[in-house]
Design a binder for this molecule. Structure first.
Ligand code: ADP
Length: 468
């Protein structure tokens, strides 16, 4: 084969190689056609990294002293030794030596052959440098990918709405929470830069950044699991709620107890008329009812917690229940100067009348307790209306109202709105939790609408026939 043809074939061959060994294999192939050599070693950093035949090495004494010199000279050189020649062919790019091919041959190459070898060394050098650069790029890609993959955060890159890259964590989170990817796309389209996502008791914070990569638009998404932080936050809240509860309940117990003690001590220590004693004893009675009510709430709460609360259904006239409830709160309403209004359609429902009375008493007493002292005409209005299959009981007031962001919390056990308007109003935060449970046990629903400074309306809808 003509040398030009050999060179073109070699160029074609090495343009396809993807590792150094294949390059040296091709080098061996072309060298064999040009120089008749017996052994070839390739050295890199003074170590043999390739040999032909395999595992046969040329003794270092032949060439070790010349390596430095050849690296500077960058030209193939043949050294005569008795009956053999040792050829040193530097493989280089520019002035940078990449490796050295050492061959052992019995024939001295001509100047023309040496020129070809120089050309082959140069071509091999270009390919070798490219291979090494590719390896550096590939290694650093793997290096950064490993770092990104050990990250505890999920990282996703989107290009034109499609996932272009995702790390292992992101893959895992998305496979466990299918909705998350849709949420990310939706929020990206809406220009949202940060949102929180909750599913199956797991919380994630997601941040979205628009970036440019190689001049093109990409969306970089970071997903962080914040379940532990949220749990700690919840535990802290529970702790706070518990502490508040203990303070509230102590206050609730102490107030009637202190009154009972004071009135009884007065009766015991002072001469009194029958009427005076009657008056004092009736206050003691009232306070003991308050204590009893508190204990009943606690008992209900423990039943609610243990799931042992029961209702016994019977037919009852809703208006009778409403009237009875009004009687219970009448005194409180007078003390607080709140007018009670009533509108009731006579209707018979199947329910536990004592429990429904408890619900109404609770709603009415809240509307009185949380009345607005600044307003002159304070009212609470109870309406019970027949709606065919259902009845609707609503308790409306023009009291202090409930802040919007607290509305979904007020049915939680122990929860009380904590602000300057409510701090002096007694309570345990159990009332509405018990109310909700009773309503739901009857197969009903309870809802609230409220506006701070204007008032609140609680609505209970109960089925007429079926109870729980
Ligand atoms: P308590 O009355 O013992 O505090 P509840 O569970 O009955 O507990 O009520 C929870 C909280 O909801 C109350 O502490 C209060 O902040 C708020 N709330 C309930 N009813 C009303 C109302 N009619 N007007 C204003 N706030 C109310």
């Amino acid at each position: 084969m003509e040398i030009q043809q050999l060179l073109s074939k070699y160029m074609l061959e090495i343009s396809k190689v993807d590792d150094e060994n294949k390059l040296y294999g091709a080098l061996v192939g072309i060298l064999k056609r040009i120089v008749d050599f017996q052994v070839l070693n390739v050295l890199s950093n003074n170590e043999v990294i390739y040999s032909e035949p395999q595992d046969v090495t040329i003794a270092q004494e032949y060439y070790a002293d010349y390596l430095q010199w050849i690296e500077e000279r960058l030209h193939p050189t043949f050294l005569p030794f008795e009956d053999v020649y040792v050829g040193l062919i530097p493989i280089f790019k520019g002035t940078k030596i990449l490796s050295v091919a050492v061959i052992l041959t019995t024939t001295e190459p001509t100047a023309e052959v040496i020129d070809y070898l120089q050309l082959i060394a140069y071509l091999s050098g270009i390919t070798l440098e490219n291979l090494r650069l590719f390896k550096i790029v590939d290694d650093s890609r793997q290096y950064y990918e490993t770092i990104i993959n050990v990250s505890n955060d999920g990282i996703i890159v989107f290009k034109d709405g499609q996932v272009e890259f995702k790390n292992l964590r992101a893959e895992q989170v998305i496979s466990e929470h299918n909705r998350l990817l849709d949420e990310i796309l939706k929020n990206t389209q809406n220009g949202v830069e940060f949102f929180e996502f909750e599913e199956a008791n797991a919380f994630f914070s997601v941040s979205i950044k628009h970036i440019k990569l190689f001049g093109e638009d990409r969306v970089l998404v970071n997903i962080r699991n914040i379940t532990t932080e949220k749990e700690i936050q919840k535990l802290k809240e529970v702790d706070k709620i518990k502490a508040n509860f203990i303070a509230n309940i102590s206050h609730e117990l102490r107030t009637p107890l202190a009154a009972i003690k004071a009135y009884v001590e007065t009766i015991l220590s002072m001469p009194m008329s029958y009427e005076e004693i009657q008056e004092f004893i009736s206050i003691v009675h009232e306070q003991s009812l308050r204590l009893e009510q508190l204990l009943n709430d606690l008992l209900d709460f423990s039943q609610l917690e243990s799931g042992t609360m029961r209702i016994s259904l019977e037919s009852a006239n809703l208006c009778d229940i409403v009237d009875q409830a009004i009687t219970v709160v009448q005194k409180l309403a007078e003390e607080k100067n709140v007018q009670i209004m009533k509108e009731c359609s006579p209707v018979v429902i199947k329910c536990d009348p004592r429990r429904i009375e408890q619900v109404i008493v609770n709603l009415l007493s809240n509307s009185i307790k949380f009345s607005d002292q600044q307003k002159e005409n304070k009212f609470t209005k109870i309406t019970a209306s027949d709606e065919g299959e259902k009845v609707r009981i609503s308790v409306e007031d023009n009291g202090i109202g409930i802040p919007e962001d607290k509305l979904d919390r007020i049915f939680d056990k122990f929860y009380r709105v904590d602000n300057e308007l409510t701090y002096s109003i007694p309570g345990t935060g159990l009332g509405l939790a018990i109310v909700k449970e009773i309503v739901e046990m009857h197969g009903g629903e309870i809802h609230v609408k409220s506006k701070v400074g204007e008032g609140s309306i609680f609505e209970v809808v109960l089925p007429k026939e079926q109870g729980a």
